[in-house]
Design a protein around this ligand. Structure first.
Ligand SMILES: [Zn+2]
Length: 327
């Protein structure tokens, strides 16, 4: 079920869709005249704590670019937060003013056009599945490795949202191992407490903050993930220990996700994806742990890392338009 369908368009011909990638700091606005076509129009600050200012900002964007698409062209949103597919209500730590609101239907009513919304990781998943590294693959599991861990699942180019819209969120399940062997030494890793209330989640070790936490625990050093990963690539022994343990711990749950979903490609987004040596090492570790055999990389950097939110929102908008026209 797609969220935010309160507004029914009056006729056919919604070829173009507007899309906004809404982060905690900025909104990026674009128009898409068809699948694979995306024209960036404007970027403005996000009024993250003020709903009235938030809606005025979106109205302003649409008004300033009214000549780029029809007055009833759908608006598709990628948001830094979760959207419950049943209730349509959003939860966002970075954009507090949308939390608890059925954002799609509320904005549809205010703007007089259909509005569809999805989580930013889900939008990256759609972008990768249709126009990125996952193109041509039936099952695409997209792993987002940024400050924390997220993800999404697409089958035949369409998003699987699932109960609560949390499909693909592999960050808040357990890391399987608490003991790893690195260079002949057994290392015991504690179950770090997680922001979700559980302990031992993938998120506590898998993202940039997680690598830093692991490095602090194993090597008693406070360094940024960027520094740790650079030191690792330069052959530093301590960083090498941290990254070796990291790969052992992270490859298990990712391999499990590959087995369960049947994904034939795992594009990785988020800041850590820019460290291609890390993604290549993770790919090697995952491929030794799964049932299927791939003679090519399975875990790869996302191709739409830069504009995945916008590109995925555009895909969402076009898919919605086609579904409406087909009714
Ligand atoms: Zn958690």
């Amino acid at each position: 079920m797609t969220e935010g369908l309160a507004y029914r368009p009056s006729g056919p011909g919604h070829a173009s869709v507007f899309c906004i990638d809404i982060g905690g700091s900025f909104m990026k606005f674009a128009v898409s005249a068809g699948p694979g076509l995306l024209v960036a129009l404007e970027s403005i600050e996000t009024p993250a704590t003020d709903w009235s200012a938030f809606t005025r900002s979106i109205s302003g964007l649409l008004a300033r670019h009214a000549d780029k698409a029809s007055a009833t062209a759908p608006l598709a949103l990628s948001i830094a937060g979760l959207v419950d597919p049943r209730s349509g209500r959003a939860i966002s730590a970075n954009i507090p003013c949308i939390t608890g609101r059925p954002i799609g239907s509320e904005l549809s009513g205010l703007l007089g056009r259909p509005v569809v919304a999805a989580n930013d990781a889900d939008c990256l998943t759609l972008a990768e599945a249709n126009e990125g590294a996952g193109r041509g693959h039936s099952v695409v599991f997209c792993a987002v490795m940024g400050t924390g861990i997220g993800g999404g699942l697409a089958i035949d180019g369409r998003l699987v949202r699932g109960a609560g819209g949390v499909t693909g969120e592999w960050g808040h399940g357990p890391i399987l191992n608490t003991t790893v062997e690195v260079g002949g030494t057994m290392l015991h890793i504690p179950r770090f407490s997680c922001g979700c209330g559980q302990s031992g989640c993938v998120d506590t070790i898998g993202g940039a903050r997680g690598i830093e936490r692991l490095h602090r625990f194993l090597c008693d050093r406070d360094e940024t993930s960027r520094q740790i990963l650079q030191d690792w690539q330069d052959g530093d022994e301590r960083a090498g220990t941290t990254v070796a343990a990291y790969l052992e711990l992270l490859a298990d749950p990712l391999a499990l996700a590959v087995n369960i979903t049947g994904a034939s490609i795992v594009p990785v987004g988020g800041g850590l994806a820019s460290v291609t040596a890390l993604i290549a090492a993770l790919d090697g570790a995952v491929r030794t742990r799964i049932l299927n055999r791939f003679e090519r990389p399975l875990v790869v950097p996302a191709a739409r890392q830069e504009d995945g939110g916008l590109a995925g929102a555009a895909v969402l908008g076009h898919q919605w338009s086609l579904a409406v026209e087909g009714r």
